[in-house]
Design a protein around this ligand. Structure first.
Ligand SMILES: [Zn+2]
Length: 159
């Protein structure tokens, strides 16, 4: 379930207007601030043009929790799918079968999503910031539902 979502996230990062933050993508994970980043430099001194919210406000906290939860659901549903004999088509079977590595991939997906939200927040795109999480949750959850919904493949071994 990785490639499609990663593509969508990259497409979001390429949204016109988010260009000011382009070129920083490789360091996204490192830019996620500590939960108490309330003291943004220079922000509090200038008169805010629009109501600015803290990055770690309640809404984002819930959205990120949702992204993490949907990723966990994707993780477990994909493993469930593998146990039933279907092939995970978007991630190689080798990666999925290496559970630790696959868990890291899912966690990295969450981190990249939060990083994208943070970049949107910093560049003033607060709607896109929220939508990044919401779209991510939708994609991961629908992927998990699809995983659970696929018919179990029974090996056709003759008795
Ligand atoms: Zn924001």
């Amino acid at each position: 379930m990785l490639n499609g979502k990663t593509f969508v996230l990259l497409a979001w990062l390429a949204v016109p207007g988010a260009g000011a933050t382009r070129g920083q993508e490789p360091a996204i994970a490192a830019q996620i601030p500590a939960p108490d980043d309330s003291a943004q430099p220079a922000r509090s001194q200038t008169t805010p043009l629009r109501p600015e919210h803290r990055f770690w406000d309640k809404k984002n906290a819930w959205l990120f929790a949702g992204v993490g939860a949907s990723r966990a659901l994707d993780y477990s549903s994909t493993l469930n799918l593998r146990r039933r004999g279907n092939r995970e088509i978007l991630v190689t079977n080798d990666l999925v079968d290496n559970h630790a590595a696959f868990a890291v991939v899912e966690a990295a997906g969450t981190a990249v999503s939060m990083g994208a939200s943070y970049l949107f927040h910093r560049s003033g795109h607060h709607k896109l910031e929220r939508w990044t999480s919401m779209v991510h949750i939708g994609l991961a959850t629908s992927g998990a539902v699809r995983n659970y919904g696929l018919k179990t493949v029974h090996p056709t071994t003759a008795p």
